[in-house]
Design a protein around this ligand. Structure first.
Ligand code: B16
Ligand code: MG
Length: 222
């Protein structure tokens, strides 16, 4: 029986991907190359330093460890400037209603994000004390697709992985959920997230009870 819902943050609760994209793109321009929205897909759910590695590979740029650290810091400073403009209005459509439905069904809810900026984002959204557990890039050492972030979240909720369902918008995140032994709900099309057990396009109008029944059916089939 599903007892816990674990939500990725960026791209699931709030659309911060456009800010990550803007900050990485500005860095690419400073370094003298183009970085497209399609390139940005490869960075979703991936840690900051891994994202930088991908960006430098796209630009064909070599850098020392020290230079990489400085570049990542520069991007993060810009990103924090951009996310400081977030307000509760920036929650993705239907998210708040869905979270309240989960609460009414007595489900535990957690955030599991690769982002070290999770505390600032939750504060801007007015959700600092809303979740039963928050596991983010400051608490974990292994980035998605490693399941560490989801396994830790389940543990903090006092649940076993089989009792949890994960909501994810990134390919690496869906893989991490599966490696952790959890059902993955892909927030995005089947085209973009082909391995998700169930795909939803948004939380708008979504009935939590109905969705969890669908999840339960999947578990029984598997
Ligand atoms: P930061 P999620 C991920 O968050 C983002 O999808 C990814 O693009 C970003 O590089 C990563 O967080 C690290 O973020 O630089 O803020 O620590 O999707 O796991 O919530
Ligand atoms: Mg995400």
């Amino acid at each position: 029986m599903i007892q816990g819902c674990i939500f990725d943050l960026d791209g699931v609760i709030v659309d911060t991907a456009r800010f990550h994209f803007q900050a990485w793109q500005e860095l690419a321009h400073e370094l003298g190359f183009e970085f497209t929205e399609k390139d940005n897909e490869r960075l979703k759910g991936v840690s900051r330093m891994q994202s930088l590695e991908i960006l430098l590979e796209i630009g064909g740029i070599k850098a020392t460890e020290e230079e990489k650290k400085a570049l990542a810091d520069r991007k993060n400073q810009r990103y924090r400037e951009l996310i400081s403009t977030l307000t509760p209005q920036d929650l993705l459509p239907g998210v708040m209603d869905f979270l309240y439905q989960a609460r009414r069904l007595n489900k535990n809810i957690a955030i599991a994000s690769a982002s070290k900026n999770t505390p600032l984002i939750l504060e801007r959204l007015g959700l600092s004390n809303f979740f039963d557990a928050v596991v983010d890039g400051n608490k974990i050492t292994k980035a998605k697709p490693d399941p560490e972030v989801f396994i830790t979240a389940a543990k903090e909720l006092g649940l076993v992985p089989e009792e949890c369902v994960v909501f994810e918008d990134a390919v690496a995140g869906v893989k991490a959920a599966h490696l952790g032994g959890m059902i993955a709900i892909g927030v995005g099309t089947k085209d973009r997230l082909p391995d998700a057990d169930i795909n939803i396009l948004s939380f708008q109008g979504l009935r939590c009870k109905h969705l969890l029944e669908q999840v339960q059916n999947k578990i029984e089939i598997y």
